[in-house]
Design a protein around this ligand. Sequence first.
Ligand SMILES: [Fe+2]
Length: 243
Amino acid sequence: MTRDFHRRQFLGAAATSAVLVAGSAPAEERVEVRAQEKAAATKRAAVIHQAKPMAFDPKRVEGLSEKILVSHYENNYIGAVKRLNAILDQLSGLDFDKAPGFQINGLKREELIAANSMILHEVYFAGLGASGKPGAALAAALDRDFGSFDRWRSEFVGMGKALGGGSGWVVLAYDKHGGRLVNSWANDHTQTLAGGDPIFVLDMFEHAYQMDFGAKAGDYVKTVMAAAGWSNADRLYEKYSRA
Ligand SMILES: [Fe+2]
């Protein structure tokens, strides 16, 4: 390789950096060019997530006020999407070769929290607002994996009440590893079943119920179960169990 070739490489990378000093010796220049190329390679476009519109009319969810639903959607769901985008923007420009471990750990942990908060809130909101029962395929799977719908419901509600006073998620998930439905427990956004796809979830963070129910988390759980709409869960079960 010639010195001119390396100069051309550097000029191509120089837009993203400003380190090379004119007149460097060839060997130093090659090292510099490699550093410039590496720096350029570490930058990538951040993925931008868009918040989904509210999947239901907040005036028409039996038992949950418009005030708490709008607050929950705007502050916690949209807040998570905005936070995730801001974190991804920082990560896209981070030099992972030089960044201290605490910075990488902090950003990646917050990315996971925000991403799971976004995903779980979308499933939570999509599961509200149209009472009914699971469709035939999901009902048969609940029978198969829990014995009956009532037994599944009893487990799911019991887990929700058990999280009352604390916080977390109860997640009906399709476990791809076992090929079955499971009720998965989480007391923060980072705890999810590996390989588990959420189908129907219960948000047990206080922001989901305190405004309407105070400390009566059990009443909130009962209300969500009564207001559950199953069409989204049916769709997600079909999608994940056939994947
Ligand atoms: Fe929430």
